[in-house]
Design a protein around this ligand. Structure first.
Ligand code: SF4
Length: 85
């Protein structure tokens, strides 16, 4: 009985650690996306702002293609970062 309790608690704490680490990784990625976006906050992408786009990119990595102002070297930098994920 005590063994089951220990295994259950261990599984709970391990899953908690995984959720926290995943969240931190997600925030780091979102921050980097935001850094690589133009920062005009024009809303032309349909996500309201560059931070909305950065959030969307965490679900759909190709969402950045809807950002029309993202071109030239900035686009290359974004694609370079994405290719390394
Ligand atoms: S279209 Fe690009 S620059 Fe404009 S808000 Fe969206 S991500 Fe930002």
């Amino acid at each position: 009985m005590i063994g089951i309790l220990i295994v259950t608690l261990l599984a709970f704490f391990l899953s908690l650690i995984i959720v926290i680490l995943d969240s931190k990784l997600q925030n780091k990625k979102e921050g980097k996306f935001l850094e690589l976006l133009p920062g005009y906050n024009c809303g032309a992408c349909g996500f309201g702002s560059c931070s909305g786009m950065a959030k969307k990119m965490c679900e759909d990595i190709n969402a950045y293609k809807k950002c029309k102002p993202l071109k030239g070297q900035n686009l290359e930098n974004m694609e370079d970062y994405i290719s390394k994920l």
